[in-house]
Design a protein around this ligand. Structure first.
Ligand SMILES: *[C@@H]1O[C@H](CO)[C@@H](O)[C@H](O)[C@H]1NC(C)=O
Ligand SMILES: *[C@@H]1O[C@H](CO)[C@@H](O)[C@H](O)[C@H]1NC(C)=O
Ligand SMILES: *[C@@H]1O[C@H](CO)[C@@H](O)[C@H](O)[C@H]1NC(C)=O
Ligand SMILES: *[C@@H]1O[C@H](CO)[C@@H](O)[C@H](O)[C@H]1NC(C)=O
Ligand SMILES: *[C@@H]1O[C@H](CO)[C@@H](O)[C@H](O)[C@H]1NC(C)=O
Ligand SMILES: *[C@@H]1O[C@H](CO)[C@@H](O)[C@H](O)[C@H]1NC(C)=O
Ligand SMILES: [Zn+2]
Length: 517
């Protein structure tokens, strides 16, 4: 009899023990710059089920390394695998993105062995993470600082340049001296053909899509005045003045506005609160939780515009919390809010078309070409292996290829829809190009719009010598290796050990002990 009582008591204790154990794994906190480096190195060392690659893509103005990590289960040299990147903390005092990215990485690697959707995603995608683009600004920012510009920029005092105003602009000359962080990201984009991206910010809750920049002359003059002023407070006030001077900012739309609106909507609708139109301190409400950048407030030199116009990479600016640097106790619910949104967003990399340009005689990839989707007035380029990607909504399209030394060609294709319940699939194409020294009786395909394709020649494309890329780790890709929680890894976020597995294993031990008794 006493034994049964004891048994019950023991079971109750067990439940408590497992709950406590699980809670103790929730180390939601802000990792400072050296801890972040440790976490990324530990993550790389302890991941065995998927391939991870940690690389230093550059250094901050204050010489802090910029660490990027790649996660994939795709074959190393597989063609047509889309590259995605997620960048956090471009504004040093907007800190949530750093930790959200770490949680997302952990989530993906843990779920790889449990969930076929995530397994499929990692089998077919290369996802790159840069948790912080501005470690300098972060180092001088403080937890609990919800508003203000302190620590927003780079440099020892976090007051040198705003990195999200530092990229070459589509419409204007950007005279702001290019910062090492900006150069690092530009070089990173030159190396890897990213097609989908997001920059994580704070201070609002909205999915913002290009363009931020506007062609308008009036804005241009104001911009010039702002550029000559270094005091951020003055800049801020001038911006407010400008905003007050026009009742509604006209949107500045890209030729791929349908796709951008869709991407922003996917994020917003899968975010727990964004789609409701969260109102922060400025009282602004965004319909559906999305906005065109310029319609909110225009500026030039932003990262998302550069991604799209220069590299054909569709990037959103995701504002994910009203408070720029909320208390760490807010992190668990911020992670919950963004988890599904991030997952659905990265799946979108598989909506559209991918293909390869090949020489029809030699079958060698053609990497120099101007590509255009007919009706969309913007040019993009293939990767150095001749691969190309374009995110597109379901429909029928034509792609136009102008490669030097080859006859121009237009090829048709269609993009199928996929619902949230099914796996997406990119339309795959192989485009054979005929060398124009080979005489042909066929009339070469020409297009009336080919001569008007936008070519973005940068007035300021001077990119400094590429900093040597340090590749730290390349884990063996152990395909059939079951992932086991690394007991030494301090970086746990509550995904392991799971309550039920804990309970089950303890139950087994308990029953065993009682059997002996
Ligand atoms: C990060 O925090 C640890 C202790 O938590 C401290 O030892 C270390 O100096 C800090 N590093 C930086 C760069 O602030
Ligand atoms: C990761 O592993 C490498 C070699 O295997 C080791 O040099 C390094 O210290 C490890 N890093 C961490 C953070 O455990
Ligand atoms: C995999 O994860 C996604 C996202 O959480 C979820 O919608 C789906 O139901 C999961 N699938 C399985 C088989 O668990
Ligand atoms: C992912 O790739 C592995 C290794 O090729 C394969 O065994 C597994 O079935 C794939 N999973 C999915 C969902 O495609
Ligand atoms: C394409 O865009 C460029 C630059 O914005 C513009 O000058 C040109 O008129 C546009 N062409 C067409 C056909 O819309
Ligand atoms: C990383 O791993 C090392 C060695 O296992 C450990 O000492 C360190 O605390 C870990 N750091 C983090 C941030 O997980
Ligand atoms: Zn920001």
């Amino acid at each position: 009899m006493w034994c049964e009582r004891l048994h019950e008591l023991c079971l109750t204790l067990l439940v408590f023990f497992c709950i406590v154990l699980e809670c103790s794994c929730l180390t939601f906190k802000y990792h400072n710059n050296s801890e972040l480096e440790q976490v990324l190195k530990n993550f790389t060392n302890s991941t065995t089920n998927i391939r991870t690659r940690l690389e230093k893509i550059g250094s901050s103005l204050n010489k802090i390394p910029l660490w990027a990590i790649e996660l994939t289960a795709a074959e190393k040299d597989a063609l047509g695998v889309p590259n995605i990147k997620l960048i956090g903390n471009i504004h040093g005092n907007e800190a949530v993105g750093r930790e959200i990215i770490l949680n997302f990485m952990e989530y993906l690697r843990t779920e790889y062995d449990r969930n076929t959707t995530i397994q499929w995603l990692l089998n077919n995608t290369r996802i790159h993470f840069l948790p912080t683009m501005n470690p300098d600004g972060f180092a001088v920012s403080h937890e609990g600082m919800c508003a203000g510009e302190y620590g927003r920029k780079n440099g020892k005092q976090g007051d040198v340049e705003d990195l999200n105003r530092n990229f070459p602009d589509f419409f204007h000359d950007n005279k702001i001296p290019r910062q090492p962080e900006t150069v690092a990201v530009m070089n990173w984009m030159k190396r890897i053909p990213f097609i989908l991206s997001a920059g994580l910010h704070g201070g609002a809750v909205v999915a913002n899509y290009p363009f931020d920049t506007v062609k308008e002359e009036r804005w241009k003059t104001l911009l010039r005045r702002i550029e000559t002023v270094t005091d951020s407070q003055v800049e801020y006030e001038m911006r407010i003045q400008y905003l007050a001077s026009i009742p509604i900012n006209p949107p500045s739309l890209t030729p791929d506005d349908d796709v951008f609106r869709h991407l922003a909507t996917v994020y917003s609708q899968n975010h727990l609160t964004m789609h409701k139109g969260v109102i922060c301190d400025d009282g602004k409400k965004f319909q559906g939780g999305i906005t065109n950048g310029a319609a909110w407030y225009p500026f030039s030199g932003g990262m998302q515009d550069y991604n799209y116009a220069k590299h054909g990479c569709m990037e959103l600016t995701l504002e994910i919390s009203c408070c720029k640097f909320p208390r760490a106790s807010e992190l668990p619910h911020l992670w919950d809010e963004n988890k599904m949104a991030l997952l659905r967003y990265v799946m979108e990399a598989h909506r559209g078309v991918t293909g390869q340009l090949l020489d029809s005689v030699t079958n060698e990839p053609v990497s120099r070409a101007d590509l255009k989707i007919v009706g969309r007035n913007i040019t993009f380029h293939p990767s150095n292996k001749g691969e190309f990607w374009r995110l597109l909504l379901p429909g029928n399209y034509q792609i136009q290829v102008d490669a030097p030394g080859y006859y121009p060609i237009i090829q048709e294709f269609s993009v199928k829809n996929f619902s949230a319940a099914e796996l997406p699939s990119l339309t795959k194409m192989k485009i054979l190009l005929l060398n124009d020294t080979i005489p042909t009786t066929a009339k070469p395909v020409t297009s009336s719009s080919s001569s008007t394709a936008v070519k973005w020649d940068f007035k300021e494309t001077r990119i400094e010598e590429e900093e040597e890329t340090t590749i730290l780790e390349m884990n063996h890709f152990l395909r059939h290796f079951q992932y086991t929680a690394d007991p030494n890894s301090e970086y746990n976020n509550g995904l392991k050990p799971n309550f039920f597995s804990c309970f089950l294993s303890m139950l087994v031990i308990e029953v065993f002990v009682f059997t002996i008794l």
